[in-house]
Ligand binder design. Structure first.
Ligand code: SF4
Ligand code: SF4
Length: 386
């Protein structure tokens, strides 16, 4: 859709077609997207330090499409350097981040940064700034806020808890270490957790968002879903507008995604489709699969009741023993210590489980699955949610 002629005060989202991860095609697409919002010079001045924040959820190769593709990272590094600025790259993975070098190597970021002489920063070791927002305390990695410019570089993915993971959710990785999973304890419901994500986003608001939408992920993202060809690079200075317009094009009302709704209500960006100026064409994407988001079904229930209801109605995580390698990443990722180390596979203590799905998100073998009980199956058959 091309809506040229829209009012200048609208948020602008600039879309470019990109059908492969060859560096030449990606860089052309990134440059074209940036041209639509004034070019890199509108965001970066010579001598600026620029923190690139990709999605580095797990130590996984680019070929499984969980992390931002290194070709997109390299293209943005080249563009930032051409503008006379100094790029650096950092992110904190979703679970225990022992041996950050392994994450950098496997995701392809180390290779790109070596070739382009770009600094990799380890958020787990670089200190924090502490903030209060909405009565909660947050610790943000220092390099994020010390940089002159933050460029947010997510991948388009679904999310089992918050439905969508892109520009707003990607900023959650500025929280170092397992503090990220600790926040799940405070927020068993998706909307509660989305408030925390939006708090972090507001404290570390990116100046520019460049989205890897060449191959995204649908189904049970952000790590256990399926690669989905979308074929775009997207740029905007408004993360809320980007996420909202992408949800809209992928068949989801942006207001059904709690991070969009809450960020919009807090005045952090535009989520109203008619108020977003879209440049470029978004391709037709067949049968994009959204996650079930079972936790969303009890949004109407007070948080203190939600845990009890989960036992009666909710689906719950379980482990496929044929896939489990007993690596214990799920044990270390669980914010409520609801998973115990056992052989041949860990076991769940469901009375402590808050259904945050971190274990499913972090399992490197896709061994954790959504085990629905019969009540859930019965109700979902009539509600059409399954
Ligand atoms: S379920 Fe996954 S994360 Fe947990 S021990 Fe097995 S392989 Fe590791
Ligand atoms: S067992 Fe899994 S879903 Fe339950 S609280 Fe722990 S990480 Fe979250």
């Amino acid at each position: 859709m091309d809506q040229c002629g829209a009012k200048l005060n609208k948020s602008t989202v600039s879309i470019s077609e990109c059908r492969s991860y060859t560096l030449h095609e990606v860089q052309s697409a990134v440059e074209k997207s940036l041209d639509g919002i004034g070019g890199i010079q509108s965001f970066v001045k010579p001598g600026d330090t620029v923190l690139l924040k990709p999605n580095m959820l797990q130590a996984k190769s680019p070929e499984v499409f969980i992390t931002t593709h290194p070709a997109v990272v390299e293209a943005v590094i080249n563009i930032v350097k051409d503008a006379g600025a100094v790029p650096m790259l950092g992110d904190s993975p979703g679970g225990p981040a022992r041996g950050m070098e392994r994450f950098w190597e496997i995701t392809g970021f180390a290779d790109v940064c070596k070739r382009t002489d770009t600094q990799l920063v380890n958020f787990e070791k670089s200190g924090i700034y502490e903030f209060e927002r909405n009565g909660r305390t947050y610790r943000v990695a220092r390099p994020v806020l010390d940089a002159d410019v933050i460029i947010n570089m997510p991948k388009i993915k679904t999310h089992g808890l918050t439905k969508f993971s892109c520009a707003i959710k990607n900023i959650y990785g500025v929280i170092p270490g397992l503090q990220k999973t600790e926040y799940h304890k405070l927020a068993p419901k998706p909307s509660d957790f989305a408030e925390i994500i939006v708090d972090v986003f507001a404290l570390s608001k990116p100046h520019l968002n460049i989205i890897d939408g060449v191959i995204g992920m649908d189904g049970m993202g952000p790590s256990a879903g399926n690669p989905k060809e979308i074929g775009v690079i997207v740029a905007s200075d408004d993360a809320v507008a980007v996420d909202s317009i992408l949800c809209h094009y992928l068949g989801k009302d942006p207001m059904e995604v709690p991070t969009n709704r809450i960020a919009y209500e807090q005045g952090l960006g535009e989520a109203s489709i008619e108020n977003i100026n879209v440049l470029g064409e978004f391709p037709i994407v067949d049968a994009f699969k959204w996650p079930l988001n079972v936790a969303g079904s009890i949004e109407v229930v007070p948080s203190f009741i939600s845990r009890a209801l989960m036992k009666l109605y909710y689906s719950r995580p379980a482990i496929n023993p044929d896939l489990c390698t007993n690596c214990n990443t799920c044990v270390q990722s669980c914010p409520t210590d609801a998973i115990l180390e056992k052989r041949p596979t860990p076991i769940f203590e469901y009375e402590r489980c808050i259904n945050c799905l971190c274990c499913m998100e972090m399992c490197p073998e896709k061994a954790v699955f959504d085990d629905k009980n019969s009540i859930y199956r019965f109700i979902s058959r009539f509600s059409g949610s399954d």
